[in-house]
Ligand binder design. Structure first.
Ligand SMILES: Cc1cc2nc3c(=O)[nH]c(=O)nc-3n(C[C@H](O)[C@H](O)[C@H](O)COP(=O)(O)OP(=O)(O)OC[C@H]3O[C@@H](n4cnc5c(N)ncnc54)[C@H](O)[C@@H]3O)c2cc1C
Ligand SMILES: *[C@@H]1O[C@H](CO)[C@@H](O)[C@H](O)[C@H]1NC(C)=O
Length: 418
């Protein structure tokens, strides 16, 4: 595409419509940040409602900075728990011995500190903000089944429950339609590079007084070949989120039967089922995958539609939010005529490299740290745990470590020409 020519010959009104596929966190955040600049946006969502499954809960400092930029941080903080004091790594022995961890209270007065809020609540906040922008329309029950493009336009064809089919046309179509993205499959087919793990992930909301009675708080990573996972305080009213891996290939009923044993081993006080209450359970496969290209002409991919990783370390949406922040800066730069559309190639290349070079290896290490090492020698064998043990002795250094400009962040405004 000859972008320089397009830059000089484009009309005075900047970008035309942007069509976003998927009203997940990535799609809604992109809509909001574009809508705030007066760029017209249509979001097409297959379902009749927002996602209620037990997925993301924690968003590191880089994502927090973007939430502030989008004007939603205060509401996210108000909806979540006040305290998220520490993250610990523990053994699954009778005392759940703490190996090491990181004290998050060193950042408690820092505006960029980690944000904690279950995804379903985050989605509600994002949708409410979108509704207040006149340039944004969100259309539920519009399942995109086909996308297309020519030199000047891109479009998405959606079907409604009535079977009516409608075309939505814009300057660009952005696939924010998650791990099983239709937009990605339209561009590249069903397969995409990477792995699917043999394990299943069981995720549940749990109420159990024993956590606080035994002095637990924050996040607790459990290192054990049979009972690996994360137990973390996640919401108001004593809501804890328990996530653990189990062997693959069982039925949901078989998983639920095995759960008592996992909980008894992993929870402090080793409780029986009548001592805790489980409120919701979801089951996931675990993938680490990345698409070949995040841009094909006027069709782009972002967040889970472009790359997925296992949830340990909370990289999934955090890196998705950084995709959205980068793409927003690119599109706003084009809208304000500060750069041509070649900046979208930068977006596609750099965000993909960030995933492959940093997120993917780290997320795999994070998961293997829990399931594939000897808990008794973990502190001796595992460099990352050693770094944390060192940081625990030095609050100032720990603070700098938590707040530093991360290697997964990238400022795309540096490519503006004007
Ligand atoms: C157990 C678990 C824990 C996690 N914990 C964390 C965490 O703590 N921190 C973190 O950062 N990340 C975490 N993640 C990852 C995070 O949830 C995802 O990265 C994030 O939800 C991806 O957002 P998205 O908007 O790209 O996709 P999704 O959230 O999948 O949203 C995609 C949307 O597109 C819609 N859609 C799909 N197909 C179509 C179509 N054809 N037409 C129209 N609409 C369509 C879907 O209905 C959905 O609403 C976790 C994930 C899991 C499973
Ligand atoms: C591209 O598609 C749009 C929308 O269907 C149409 O209006 C336009 O004429 C097409 N342009 C070219 C060059 O084919």
């Amino acid at each position: 595409m000859n972008s320089r020519t397009e830059l000089s010959s484009a009309g005075p009104s900047g970008l035309g419509k942007i069509v976003i596929v998927g009203a997940g966190p990535a799609g809604l955040l992109l809509a909001l940040m574009l809508g705030q600049q007066g760029i017209p946006v249509t979001v097409l969502e297959a379902w009749g409602r927002l996602d209620e499954r037990l997925r993301a809960t924690q968003y590191g400092t880089p994502a927090t900075r973007v939430f502030r930029k989008a004007g939603v941080l205060d509401e996210i903080r108000a909806a979540g728990i006040e305290r998220f004091p520490s993250i610990s790594w523990r053994k699954v022995d009778p005392e759940q011995t703490r190996i090491t961890g990181i004290d998050l209270t060193v950042t408690k007065d820092e505006p960029d500190r980690t944000t904690v809020l279950p995804l379903n609540l985050l989605l509600k906040i994002l949708l409410e903000h979108c509704k207040r922008q006149s340039s944004i329309e969100v259309k539920f029950e519009h399942k995109v089944i086909e996308v297309g493009q020519n030199e000047s336009k891109a479009w998405a064809d959606a079907v409604m429950p009535s079977n009516e089919r409608k075309r939505f046309e814009g300057d660009y179509v952005i696939g924010c339609d998650g791990a099983s993205s239709t937009v990605r499959q339209q561009l590249f087919g069903r397969n995409w590079p990477g792995i699917t793990w043999d394990h299943s992930l069981l995720v549940q909301n749990v109420f159990y007084d024993g956590f606080t009675e035994h002095g637990w708080s924050g996040g607790n990573y459990m290192i054990d070949p049979n009972h690996w996972g994360l137990i973390a305080e996640r919401g108001k009213g004593g809501l804890w989120r328990v996530t653990y891996g189990d062997i693959g290939g069982l039925t949901h009923e078989q998983y639920l039967k095995r759960r008592e044993e996992h909980f008894e081993a992993m929870f402090p006080g080793h409780p029986k089922p009548d001592q805790y209450r489980v409120e919701q359970t979801d089951q996931f496969r675990i993938h680490n995958r990345c698409v070949e290209k995040m841009r094909v002409g006027r069709i782009l991919l972002a967040a889970d539609a472009a790359h997925v990783c296992n949830p340990f370390g909370g990289y999934g949406l955090m890196v998705g939010v950084l995709d959205i922040d980068g793409l927003t800066d690119c599109l706003i730069g084009m809208h304000q005529r500060k750069v041509g559309d070649e900046i979208l190639d930068k977006y596609a290349e750099i965000r993909r490299e960030k995933f492959l070079n940093y997120v993917e290896p780290r997320s795999i290490k994070n998961m293997n740290r829990l399931r594939a090492q000897n808990p008794d020698s973990a502190l001796r064998d595992d460099k990352f745990l050693q770094i944390l043990a060192h940081l625990e002795k030095d609050p100032e250094e720990a603070k700098a470590f938590l707040l530093k400009f991360s290697s997964i962040e990238h400022d795309f405004k540096q490519y503006y020409i004007i």
